[in-house]
Design a protein around this ligand. Sequence first.
Ligand code: PLP
Length: 434
Amino acid sequence: MAPTLQTNESLMARRVDALPRGVGNAHPVFAKKALNSEIWDVEGKRYIDFCAGIAVVNTGHCHPKVIAAVQSQLEQFTHTCFQVVAYEGYISLAERLNRLAPGSAPKKTFFMNTGAEAVENAVKVARAFTGRPGVIAFNGAFHGRTLLTLALTGKVAPYKTGFGPFPGDVFHAPYPSEAHGISVDDAIAGIEKIFKNDIEASRVAAFIVEPVQGEGGYIPASAEFLQRLRALSEQYGILLISDEIQSGVARTGKFFAIEYSGVVPDIITMAKGLGGGTPISAIVGRADVMDSAIPGGLGGTYGGNPLACAAAHAVLDIVEEEKLCQRSTAIGERIRAFFTELSKTLSFIGDVRGLGAMSAVEFSTGGDKNRPAPDIANALKAKALKQGLILLNCGVNGNVLRLMTPLTISDQVLDEGLAIIGNILNELARIGKA
Ligand SMILES: Cc1ncc(COP(=O)(O)O)c(C=O)c1O
C-alpha cells in the first residue's frame, strides 16, 4: 500500500482527534528533520529555529558528536536501570558536573529524566537534610507540571488551572524586576513578610530561585538580590536551590547562570541543554546535603539512562570544544543590539533584556510596562511562522518574545531570523498595532 501523504493539516486533524487539548500547541507544524538551527516540516518547508525545543538543543539539532555518542551506546546496551546494574558513563557524568558546579565544597550528583523531577528531588533532599517542610519560591516562577512543582510555580493559567489542591508549606515572594518596578528591597521584604505571616523561618527547608526567570519573562536576577537571598538563607539555615533547568548548560554565557552573582547555592537543578535533545535531568549539590536521603530514597527506573548519559557527555565536550559560553555571550549581544536599535523607532518595544543567549524583548503599548501588549507578541509569532521562523513568547502576560537559538547557530542564520522579526515588527507598527 502506498504511504499516505502527510501534511501539516492532516496531522493536525489527527492530533486533535487523538490527543487531549491540554497538551498545548504553539505552531501547527510537524517536523520531518532538523539540523543545527533549522527544521524542515513534513511538507518540506524550512524554518529557522529560534526556540531550540525550549532551550534544549543548545548544541544544535543533531550535532554529529551527540548522534555518534548515542549510536555507539545503542550498540552496547540501552537500559539496565542504574540502581540494578550500574555503568561507568553515569558516574563519569556525575564527576564532570561535580567539577563544573561552583564552590569548593565536595559535590555529588544524580540523574533523573525531566526538569520537574529534578525540582521534586531537590526539594526532597532539602527536606531530608534540614528536617523542615517549607519551601519559598517566587511570583512568576515556573518549576514544572507535577503537583509539587505546580505548587512552586508562580503563575496560575494555564499551568495550575483545575489541578489543585497542591502540596502545602509552599509560599511565594515577589521576584525582583527593575523593568516592572519591583526592587530587591521589595523582594526581600516579601520574604520577611512570609516569615511573619505564613511560616517561621526555622521551618523553611529551602528557597528555590531561577537566576534568570524563564517562563516568567526572561528576567535576570541581580547579583545583589541573589547575594541577599544567600545571606538570608545562611542566617536562618535555609538551603538555596538554583533552578537552572532553563538557564544552565551555557545558555546564559556561563555554564550556570548563578555564577554571574558569585553566589554558591547548596543545590543546582538542570535538564534541558544537558541531554542535547535526549531526556536527562540532574541535581548537583553539596555532598553532605545530597547524602541526607537514605539509600533507595532517590532514583527511578530510567534516570540517567545510558543513551542520555552518552549524549550528555558529548554535550559537555561540545560546550568546551566549541566555546559555547563565549558564543552564547556573543549571540546575546547581537540579539540585544538588534532590538535596542529597533526600540529607537518602535514604541511598543518596552524592554530589551537578558543574560547571554537567554535574551528577550517585552512588548507594551506605547512602551508603558503597565500596559502589556501580548497581541504584538502573538501576531509576530504567527507571521514569523509563515515566513519560516519559529518563535515562542513567555511572561506572565504572554507579551515577551524570548530568543532561544541553538548556541551553534551561525551569524548568517541568526541575522536572517532577526531580519524577519524586524520586518514584521515594522509592518505591525505601520498597520497601527503600536
Ligand atoms: C526553570 C524551569 N524549571 C523547571 C522546568 C520543568 O522542566 P520539565 O518541563 O522538563 O519538567 C522548566 C521547564 O521549562 C523550567 O524552565
